[in-house]
Design a binder for this molecule. Sequence first.
Ligand code: PLP
Length: 336
Amino acid sequence: MPLSAFPRTPLAHLPTPIEPLPRLTAALGGPEIFVKRDDCTGLAFGGNKTRKLEFALGHALAQGADTVITAGGLQSNHCRQTAAACAKLGLACELVLNRAVPDREPAYEVSGNLLLDRLLGARLHLQPPGPFDREAGMAELAEKLKDEGRKPYVVPAGASYAMGALGFAACALEIQEQAADMGLAFDAVLHASGSGGTQAGLIAGMLLAEAETAVIGIDIDDDWDALHAKVSEVAADTLDMLGQEKAPLEAALDLRQGYGSPGYGLPNEAMVRAVTLLAREEGLLLDPVYTGKAMAGLIDLVEQGQFGRGQRVVFLHTGGAPGLFAYPSLFQKEMP
Ligand SMILES: *Cc1c(COP(=O)(O)O)cnc(C)c1O
């Protein structure tokens, strides 16, 4: 089936702009660096989940759902964008939130995305600290709501399933179209990879477009094996849905590790430096959980000489800046 055959509900401002980052490019002295502004997808402070939700909630509406259930950490950008999309579409939103990140400062429990979830009218199901099975938690809630006569639709965490990844297959095609309009070609698109759907969709879309552009995911957690397997699985499912060959998938799956430590949502120094550098050199706001670590990865790869001077790299800005307000103590240094 072609992409256009899947139900899709418009939520995002598309296409998002691609802009050069001349001051970053000069500071690093490597390839020409561009940014694709998926932080500007337009819905409640934007971010990458909005593209996925166009297809995920299109699917939910086609099934007659009146309620959407999804899950994430307390500062989940995905949950915030889902709450906003549900508000816009007149659907009830139930968020199952667990404490995936230990020992945070007080703002983490009240500000940032969590404040926005409440403002957007979502119903929150806050879990106590400790291990928690999100899939089981959502399934249990779905059963309870069905018993009450509701029609729930479960969006997996991060909307990282084939239906959500279609949004990033469409994004890959959008990037190729923009490159053609700009009269140039991009050698690579680099981005933060968390629950895997963004990377899976981009890989599927680039294969669909028979594009030469490499997709490079930066693991922002610290569990490469699990994420690699997830990207592979979701990309295969997505290619299946699109009726595409799966053979080239493994060769196209490039997931880099070494930038996510000490783990999901936990800061490291290279992230703080990258967030500060982009704010001060380009007026561009990254985030502490995803894009700051991905940018630290890009900076390191450039410093290692992994891209040539004549090459062009697009940094996909996947959003997340509301998360800055959940980590205020990290970013209070003034100019030296
Ligand atoms: C969710 C998220 C990502 C990662 O996308 P996945 O599809 O989960 O891999 C990257 N950046 C931000 C800001 C996010 O919220």
